[in-house]
Design a binder for this molecule. Structure first.
Ligand SMILES: Cc1ncc(COP(=O)(O)O)c(C=O)c1O
Length: 389
């Protein structure tokens, strides 16, 4: 499907039909597969013969999603997992050993910070957090044992934009892989592998599904790296349910339409928020006032994405008032849905990280994150205005 346009790939890449000739992708609910003979079973298990074996690591519906996401991100291969976090876990377990080191950007998703800081450390993998947008800080943090540079751009929730090409150069000088969490942009807005990254990770729970229904994750990159990630998945089993894979396949079909519509609405909302009394600062890469606006426009296909964060005067009390005054917006930690959601990061998604780390990342008590959906922007504005007055 490489010669086809993105829109065509999003609808058709990876599709395989059974002998029944079904038009829509089939959902294979089976935990195992049968073999024609003992010899065939042995050949499948050893990998001598391609084909399905057992649903922890092979399932046709899951394969279709893997092939589609690999094409959309422009990668050789993809491994789909049960959630975004298990995708990140599979990447590090597949590529790192005790004694290795990770350089990561501040402002990573809270659970990613927990994974690097509290869990991997117990297994002898250290990490250093560097200010997300300071390229020289990545260079200074590199050690001979650095195997992975991990960034999230735009960052969650402050939408800081990291120059992927520049960080890729630093990672490669130091002999490390660069992994980009492309959850906020999706391949519609940003294709990190084309900018020099080695690996892309996704929480498919977000825009890839796009309708807040299921959890899923993906790791995409060169075959050599994905083979190691796959070995971890095959053995440890953080596999996606075929049902979830099927739902995400359907979600991906409308990915570009949703991403562009939600990004356009987010830009309108961000411009409006900048004018509101009581709003001290708006973080949105599509605004000219955003410190990395130019990089964002170059790297994100001209779009700012659909996440807008803003700081209100009056700290937590005022921020909670805005949240509690909404009547339509969903108060939930999820993002990337067709329904607009509102979150107070300091007490929810980023509540488990230390106060110092939170302050270093710039996540203060007055900060709110809005994931802009497909409702009319005027209705979102009315809902937010109530608490801002
Ligand atoms: C940027 C980012 N990466 C990873 C994750 C983890 O994904 P999941 O919730 O599917 O495990 C999230 C979840 O919110 C996220 O926002």
């Amino acid at each position: 499907m490489d010669d086809f346009d993105f829109d065509t790939q999003a609808v058709r890449a990876g599709t395989q039909r059974t002998a029944f000739g079904e038009h829509s992708e089939a959902l294979f609910l089976t935990s195992s597969f049968v073999f024609g003979s003992a010899a065939e079973a042995a050949a499948r298990f050893s990998g001598e013969q391609q084909g399905m074996v057992y649903a922890r690591f092979t399932n046709p519906t899951v394969s279709m999603l893997q092939d589609r996401l690999a094409v959309l991100e422009g990668g050789e291969s993809c491994v789909v997992t049960s959630s975004g976090m298990s995708a990140i876990l599979a990447l590090v377990m597949g590529t790192m050993s005790a004694g290795d080191h990770i350089v990561a950007s501040t402002g990573l998703f809270g659970a990613t910070q927990q994974l690097f800081g509290n869990i991997l450390r117990r297994f002898g993998v250290e990490h250093t957090l560097v200010p997300a947008t300071e390229i020289e800080a990545y260079r200074r943090a590199m050690r001979p044992e650095t195997k992975l540079v991990f960034v999230e751009t735009p960052s969650n929730p402050l939408t800081e934009v990291i120059d992927i090409e520049a960080v890729a150069a630093v990672a490669h000088e130091g002999g490390a892989l660069l992994a980009v969490d492309n959850c906020f942009c999706t391949p519609v807005l940003q294709r990190p592998l084309e900018l020099g990254a080695d690996v892309v990770v996704h929480s498919a729970t977000k825009y890839l599904d796009g309708q807040g229904r299921v959890l899923g994750g993906a790791v995409i990159g060169a075959k050599s790296v994905m083979e190691e990630v796959f070995k971890f998945l095959r053995t440890a089993g953080p596999c996606i349910s075929p049902f979830n894979a099927w739902v995400i396949l359907k979600g991906v079909e409308t990915l570009r339409l949703r991403m562009e519509a939600q990004s356009a609405a987010a830009l309108e909302l961000a411009r409006w928020l900048e004018q509101q009394p009581g709003v001290a600062r708006v973080h949105y890469p599509g605004l000219v006032s955003h410190p990395q606006h130019e990089i964002a426009m170059r790297q994100q296909n001209g779009w700012g994405g659909a996440i807008v964060s803003f700081e209100v005067d009056g700290g937590r009390e005022r921020a909670w008032r805005v949240v509690d005054s909404t009547k339509m917006l969903s108060i939930t930690a999820n993002l990337g849905d067709t329904r607009t959601t509102i979150t107070h990061p300091a007490t929810t998604t980023h509540g488990r990280i230390s106060l110092e780390a939170r302050e270093a990342a710039g996540i203060n008590e007055g900060l709110l994150r809005v994931s802009v959906g497909l409702e009319a922007v005027s209705d979102i504005q009315t809902d937010l205005a109530r608490g801002l007055l």
